[in-house]
Structure formats: structure tokens, C-alpha cells
Design a protein around this ligand. Structure first.
Ligand code: F3S
Length: 114
């Protein structure tokens, strides 16, 4: 099993999760992070660390956020490793909790919806 980052990370990227991860499972895009399912050890440390409540165990992802499973798995191999030097985005607080953030991403960075 793995944990997954969901839509609420987009345009926030608070990066607290990276600090709490005991392995190297987070990958970084310009405006969000994803989790590499092949690296995640399912410790769950990152869940409580995220100010956006963006991270779920894969078997607890709400139905409306289910595209996150494909999103994390597809993008993780394409993105660089996120380090503890990742900084929150300047507008993180403004975007925190905003709706429909996936819709603001370029098609190649957005989840593929069924
Ligand atoms: Fe994103 Fe939350 Fe981490 S906003 S970068 S999943 S702390």
C-alpha cells in the first residue's frame, strides 16, 4: 500500500510532509508534490504534518479525490526528488482549501479523470 497526495496540495506545497518522511518518497513539481508509490513505506507520518489535509492512505481516499492514485503513480517517476529545502509557495495560505485546484494545472500535470 501507499499514501497519496491529493488536490489540496496544489498551489500550496507547504512541504511539512517532506520533513516527516523517513524515506525518499516525495517528488516535486512546481506547484505540488506527489508520493512515489514504489518508495512509500506507509508510515503515515506525513498525514498529520500536512496543513492542507492533502494526504491519505490509498484505501481511504475520498471518491472525489480518487484521480490522485493515478496522478501520484504517473508523475512520481517523472519528477525530481523533493528535499527538505522545499519552501511553501508564496500564495500557499491563499490557496489553502480552495476548490477545483486540479483544473488549474496544465493537462500533462493534471490527473487523468475517468
Ligand atoms: Fe503538499 Fe501538504 Fe506536503 S500541502 S507539500 S502534501 S505538507
Amino acid at each position: 500500500m501507499t499514501h497519496v497526495v491529493t488536490e489540496q496540495c496544489v498551489h500550496c506545497k507547504f512541504a511539512e510532509c517532506v520533513t516527516y518522511c523517513p524515506v525518499a518518497c516525495f517528488r516535486e513539481a512546481d506547484s505540488f508534490l506527489v508520493i512515489d508509490p514504489d518508495e512509500c513505506i506507509d508510515c503515515g507520518n506525513c498525514v498529520q504534518a500536512c496543513p492542507s489535509d492533502a494526504i491519505y492512505p490509498e484505501n481511504e481516499v475520498p471518491a472525489e479525490l480518487a484521480p490522485a492514485l493515478e496522478w501520484n503513480a504517473r508523475l512520481a517517476p517523472l519528477l525530481p526528488l523533493a528535499t527538505i529545502r522545499v519552501q511553501p509557495l508564496d500564495d500557499a495560505e491563499k490557496w489553502n482549501g480552495a476548490p477545483d485546484k486540479w483544473a488549474s494545472l496544465a493537462p500533462d500535470l493534471a490527473p487523468r479523470r475517468a
